[in-house]
Ligand binder design. Structure first.
Ligand SMILES: [Zn+2]
Length: 414
């Protein structure tokens, strides 16, 4: 038994309810001033006012006592939407975009998502692992202790399985909890350009069963968008995945309102992503179905696009989570502090709402709410020590990371 007492911390945490936090609850956070936390074998056995925690710890043999000197402590970030497993960066394409080059010209110059597909297909599993590992450790140092990682740059059975194998190894080889998502429906590969329905057939008949057989992904995701997968194709993919035992999520209504948010509500997916163009009635349906909106403000930043209407969503009682969307094309960042800041400064979220969105709701979004996302008895002792008095430091001290120490299961990992 490894028993560690952390004391003299200003602890800010949301509290678990029976559903993701929405509406008024989106901004509900408790504060234990000069509080304490007792970790036993990586799990929280007491947290709250110091006297209460000491009562619980009284007479127990402690392996370590850590004086946090009045610092602000929050739960470890849960990043619920990333494409952080990729083989090559696309910095040149970013520069072309900044220079105002049209997307078609970028494609002709070898850019775009299919260049990421080429790179992953070419890469050895070892290379892909090394590059992903470096990205994921950067995320950990910025406070991400649980991360969702999608496949979707392979787009053939062998390469998708290679990606998911790497993602599994990242989970076993780092301190992070990793949630793997199969996203063979991320784009239509070149060889199926003339016949995308045949690619949907391949997904449904070969790839989804192959991934299910290996048991290496818990979620299935699809990019429902004009020029990618239609609403009907998305439905086919998600229904097949559901039958095969996957939990679901969907990239919905990012550019055009195809009704992806409505499909998310109908299928009761765990989350729907992006949602910039989602219609009000479909957002209401999401709220009723308890589907979490995974909002990706760093993508809006990177593409110089408008931000998602988060205030409207909170008003409609859609539970909101925030994620990096870390990927080599539209948004290259591993930083949840950056995303937190964008949520507060550019989407008018309160600090408390952003805290719930980056921790507890994000945990619900990846099905990890019983283990992570808040500092409560029975959960993993995953928490961050910040260089500030309150979580507001994450928006206030812009452009740097106020994350000083990262604890995973009660152990200092970054
Ligand atoms: Zn995405």
């Amino acid at each position: 038994m490894r028993r560690v007492l952390f004391y003299d911390a200003n602890i800010f945490t949301p509290l678990m309810g029976s559903a993701p936090s929405s509406g008024k609850k989106q901004g509900e956070v408790v504060v234990y001033e000069r509080g304490a936390l007792l970790s036993e074998n990586g799990f929280i056995s007491a947290v709250g006012a110091t006297d209460d925690v000491l009562k619980k710890a009284g007479g127990l043999e402690l392996d370590l006592e850590v004086d946090l000197g009045g610092a602000c402590v929050i739960p470890g970030f849960v990043d619920p939407h990333t494409h952080i497993c990729f083989a090559e960066r696309r910095e040149r394409e970013f520069s072309m975009r900044l220079a105002g080059k049209p997307y078609l010209e970028i494609l002709k110059a070898g850019g775009g998502i299919l260049s990421s597909v080429d790179a992953v297909r070419r890469a050895t599993e070892e290379d892909l692992y090394e590059i992903t590992l470096e990205n994921v450790y950067r995320a950990l140092s910025l406070g991400t202790t649980t991360i969702e990682i999608k496949s979707g740059y392979g787009l053939d059975t062998e390469s998708e399985l290679k990606m998911l194998s790497v993602i599994g190894r990242i989970g076993r080889g780092t301190p992070l909890d990793v949630v793997a998502t199969f996203m063979g429906g991320h784009a239509v590969p070149r060889e199926y350009k003339e016949n995308p329905d045949a690619f949907v057939d391949l997904l449904v008949k070969e790839m989804i069963p192959a991934v299910a057989r290996q048991g290496i992904a818990s979620f299935c995701d699809v990019f429902c968008e004009e020029g990618v997968f239609s609403l009907e194709q998305s439905r086919r993919i998600l229904e097949a995945a559901k039958k095969a035992g996957f939990k679901l999520r969907i990239h919905a209504d990012e550019v055009n309102d195809l009704g992806g948010a409505g499909l998310a509500a109908e299928l009761k997916t765990h989350s729907a992503e992006h949602l910039l163009a989602a219609g009000i009635s479909n957002l209401k349906a999401m709220a009723e179905a308890g589907v979490i909106a995974n909002i990706l403000p760093a993508t809006a930043y990177s593409l110089k696009k408008p931000y998602a209407p988060v205030r409207k969503m909170i008003e409609l009682a859609v539970p909101v989570a925030l994620a990096t969307d870390c990927n080599p094309g539209s948004c290259f960042t591993e930083s949840m502090p950056f995303v937190f800041g964008l949520g507060v400064m550019n989407m008018d979220m309160t600090v408390e709402e952003a805290l719930v969105a980056t921790t507890l709701n994000a945990a619900w979004s990846v099905g990890m709410q019983e283990k992570v996302g808040s500092l409560e008895e029975g959960k993993q002792a995953d928490f961050l020590v910040l260089d500030g008095e309150t979580p507001a430091i994450l928006a206030y001290h812009a452009g740097v990371s106020p994350v000083v120490d990262v604890y995973k299961k009660g152990v200092l990992v970054a």
